[in-house]
Design a protein around this ligand. Sequence first.
Ligand code: DX5
Ligand code: ZN
Length: 225
Amino acid sequence: MTAMTNTKIKIAPSILSADFARLGEQVAEATKAGADLIHVDVMDGHFVPQITFGELAVAAIRKYTTLPLDVHLMIESPEDQIAQFAKAGADIITVHIEPCPHIHRVIQLIKNTGVKAGISINPATSLSMIDEILPEVDLVLVMSVNPGFGGQTFIESTLDKIARLRAELDKRKLNIELEVDGGINVKTAPRVVKCGATALVAGAAIFNSGDSIDQAIKKLRQSLV
Ligand code: DX5
Ligand code: ZN
């Protein structure tokens, strides 16, 4: 469970909670503040109710950071959009298991574009759904809220799921990123890391905390020590 204690935990600010009118500036600020990834939440108004960014927005923010762009597709039929997001500058493309009956094909499609492939799983989806695809992916994104909105409360039952996934990855010697997304703040971050997460997505806690982006990232990191 504590296998990753000495590894540097990655922090991925989610720009869903950033000021959309100043996106470039805020991405640059998060980069300067020591973020490890920039998390981009793509929503289509179908798989989740809101509509957010398309590939043009990804291409635009690409110019404001040298960090990897961690693109989280909360969309139906993601296979139709992968080439566009890869071309726009995504470094990691993560799709959900729930809208993808042919997940093996979708993951291969992502890898064939030359970017890293991630699989995401909703709070009520069983880990068994991603069991077979684990050896094929670079990252697993465990949702700790129901996807669709920033600023929601962390769902406690996902802690046990993260710990079970960590045990499974260790057992199978799969050295892949275990990223957790939703309701991450200074209180929940150390708990999910203790369960074996290696990367944390945080939106409201970084862009809406009342602190500067720099301060908020520092506080999140300090909470892990
Ligand atoms: C939720 C998104 C998250 C979201 C997290 O659907 O996938 O990345 O921005 O926001 P917070 O950290 O505010 O819960
Ligand atoms: Zn996300």
